[in-house]
Design a protein around this ligand. Structure first.
Ligand SMILES: Cc1cc2nc3c(=O)[nH]c(=O)nc-3n(C[C@H](O)[C@H](O)[C@H](O)COP(=O)(O)OP(=O)(O)OC[C@H]3O[C@@H](n4cnc5c(N)ncnc54)[C@H](O)[C@@H]3O)c2cc1C
Length: 409
């Protein structure tokens, strides 16, 4: 058995690998290193329930402190500055060293910053951490005019919250539709219309040119086409970059994240990498991917814990994801990259439908809007690599749940 396992990054993936190792009866030394204050917490509610005041910081915690004490998980607070692969230890920024027999990198990702004048003014935010969310929600309490830069998941979730708080909300997006890289045109259109019906305004093909301010505070934005919009809060949601610095400096292979193989091992067999920071070969995409989701972080953590406990299995979990925007819930099963045909089933006008995404005769992914039953059926179906063609799905009366149930027999 490995004498000591160290984990860098105490987010979704880091917490889960520690918890799973103890669940698998790992009895060696277990150290969880994190550079955020406090105990590990869930990020998804930051742009939803927490921002709406429906939960507080304590409600976000994965587990209370006594869990870490009872499971003998040593929490080390601070930034890991370097990895000494020869001597197998992590060097902390404050000079401490932490030895390992195996190291798990769960470094997550950080927000892309907007390289425009005025981006450092008070009232311009990104949203990644609890500290970000606390500062945003404080500002939101008195805000009237909100500009969101980027119509991705976090931008749109925040737009729904800000609108629900009574602010005017203007979303700028360089692409021609929301979430253009992540979802089908049908799903995009549905979400655009739902946000517009609530009063959110969109400008597509439009970016942020600079942020205007007075006395250090944001007062408005200028767009790339020369418009000016008043703003006392600007949310920048233009994506994230994987956090790879210590891995790259230690000489590990990097390829849109820390590069791992099908077992989630880096180019050093004593180091694994998981979650938002890792790119891996996915059997669901026939390509190397890096995913940013709770499912991926948690399932990769369980996969690594099992391997370290002598039960290796290549990572093969089906990707799935969700996003809540006002009263709309989007759930995605599978990966739709490369899809060349879509079939919509259900009630599009009533905003309860699923979009089945195909490449040739292969079902790649299912996007479900307010259809949790379809989503669960899609997860089961895609996990079995189903035989379903776009022509079959397009037949009148096709029902995804019934098809999934029948395909089990
Ligand atoms: C606002 C928001 C809403 C989201 N909503 C959803 C959702 O609805 N559905 C969904 O599936 N996913 C959602 N996500 C994404 C999901 O939260 C992430 O995919 C998940 O947290 C990734 O887990 P991780 O452990 O890889 O990274 P993280 O949770 O980011 O954890 C990484 C941790 O490592 C720390 N770290 C990095 N480098 C060092 C170092 N050198 N030393 C010490 N510590 C270090 C970081 O500070 C961080 O605490 C959301 C994310 C955000 C920010």
């Amino acid at each position: 058995m490995l004498q000591s396992i160290a984990i860098v990054g105490a987010g979704q993936a880091g917490f889960q690998v520690a918890a799973s190792l103890r669940q698998e009866d790992y009895t060696g030394r277990l150290t969880l290193i994190g550079d955020e204050p406090g105990l590990p917490y869930q990020r998804p509610p930051l742009s939803k329930a927490y921002m709406l005041g429906k939960t507080d910081a304590e409600g976000l915690l994965f587990r209370p402190r006594k869990f870490f004490d009872e499971h003998d998980i040593a929490m080390v607070s601070g930034r890991a500055a370097a990895i000494d692969r020869t001597n197998r230890h992590v060097a902390m920024a404050d000079g401490r060293t932490i030895a390992y027999d195996h190291l798990v990198l769960a470094l997550g990702a950080h927000n892309r910053v907007l390289p425009v004048p005025g981006a450092a003014l008070n009232g311009v935010f990104g949203l990644r951490t609890l500290a970000d969310a606390a500062a945003v929600s404080q500002r939101l309490a008195d805000a009237r005019n909100v500009v969101v830069c980027g119509a991705g998941f976090i931008g749109l979730e925040f737009a729904a919250v800000a609108r629900a708080q009574g602010c005017t909300v203007h979303v700028l997006e360089l692409a021609d539709r929301p979430k253009a890289r992540a979802v089908s045109a049908e799903t995009s259109t549905c979400f655009r219309k739902a946000h517009e019906a609530r009063g959110v305004r969109f400008d597509f093909g439009e970016g942020l040119s600079h942020v205007e301010g007075r006395d250090g505070d944001v007062t408005g934005v200028a767009t790339t086409s020369g418009k000016t919009l008043p703003a006392d809060l600007v949310m920048v949601g233009i994506g994230v970059l994987p956090s790879v610095t210590i891995a790259a400096e230690a000489g590990l292979d990097i390829d849109n994240g820390v590069k791992v193989d099908g077992d989630l091992l880096t180019s050093d067999p004593a180091i694994s990498a998981i979650g938002d920071c890792a790119s891996f070969p996915s059997r669901h995409a026939d390509a190397r991917v890096r995913l940013e989701s709770v499912q991926n972080a948690a399932d990769q953590a369980r996969c690594v814990a099992a391997r370290l406990m002598g039960k290796p299995q290549p990572y093969a979990a089906l990707p799935w994801f969700w996003s809540d925007q006002g009263d709309m819930r989007l759930q995605i099963a599978g990966l739709s990259q490369g899809a060349d045909a879509t079939v919509v089933v259900g009630d599009r006008a009533g905003r309860q439908f699923s979009v089945l995404c195909f490449r040739g005769d292969q079902l790649l992914a299912v996007e479900s809007v307010n259809k949790p039953g379809d989503h669960m059926a899609a997860r089961k179906l895609l996990g079995r690599m189903p035989s379903l063609t776009a022509r079959e799905a397009a037949q009148t009366g096709f029902d995804l749940r019934a098809f999934e149930a029948a395909s089990r027999q």
